[in-house]
Design a protein around this ligand. Structure first.
Ligand code: ADP
Ligand code: NI
Length: 222
């Protein structure tokens, strides 16, 4: 894949500035720092995978620009805001459309299989986003989320429920440790690209060590 042109790099920089400003007061699971980590993960994956870096980086930057949770579940707001911004920079329509398709298909509705778009660039950005849910940052995000929801950290009497429906899962008030078994430890096997599978293996191992240490301390070991 050809390296990015100066013009493309300029557009990426302008997009980063737009997103940083737009998400400056966002909740910390999806704030600018999440976007920056996903952008970094994207660049890391692209060192080993053949994909259009311009499309991947723009999408990484814009993928959480308007979380549908805060727009009455409307999945079209994010792609629309992203499209309007990119049009204002005179980005080619084919690129804009591709970015919009990926954002739409990375979303909750898409995960229910209601939309069917596929591209290598989608694979890369979806992996980059999922990589931020595991490893040390994944651990931090999980406990941050649990704290925000006032969940228990751990309760050995509350069992893990695997394979729950998405709806049931959203209703859960289970302790944060359960979230590791219900989602985070399953993510390494959901990576699309070989590069992300390799990165995920290391981050997965870190979570396993974290859990081992956690239970050790919980049970009064040194
Ligand atoms: P995404 O942006 O990947 O769709 P979510 O909005 O579901 O993710 O979650 C944002 C962050 O909060 C992720 O790091 C996720 O692991 C974490 N999180 C989501 N649900 C829970 C939960 N029940 N307990 C702990 N952490 C959670
Ligand atoms: Ni995200």
């Amino acid at each position: 894949m050809a390296p990015k042109t100066d013009k493309q790099n300029d557009i990426i920089e302008k997009t980063a500035a737009f997103v940083a400003e737009k998400l400056k007061d966002a909740e910390s699971g999806h704030d600018w720092w999440h976007i920056l980590r996903v952008w970094n993960n994207t660049k890391l994956i692209l060192q080993e995978e053949e994909a259009d870096a311009f499309v991947c980086e723009l999408t990484a930057l814009l993928h959480d620009i308007a979380d549908s949770k805060f727009h009455g579940g409307d999945e079209t707001v994010g792609p629309r805001v992203a499209g309007e911004f990119l049009s204002s920079l005179q980005v080619e329509p084919s690129v804009i459309e591709h970015v919009q398709q990926i954002i739409l298909n990375m979303s909750y509705k898409a995960s229910l299989g209601e939309v069917g778009f596929h591209s290598k660039e989608l694979e890369v950005v979806q992996d980059a986003d999922r990589l931020d849910a595991i490893g040390a940052n994944g651990v931090a995000r999980a406990f941050n989320y649990g704290g925000y929801k006032n969940r228990e950290i751990y309760n050995p009497e509350i069992p893990v429920i695997e394979n729950q429906s998405k709806e049931a899962y959203k209703q859960t008030t289970a302790p944060t440790i359960n979230h590791f078994y219900e989602k985070l430890l399953l993510l390494k096997d959901k990576m699309n690209t070989k590069a992300a599978k390799n990165i995920a293996a290391g981050r997965h191992q870190f979570m396993e060590s974290f859990l081992q240490q956690f239970y050790g301390e919980w049970n009064g070991e040194r």
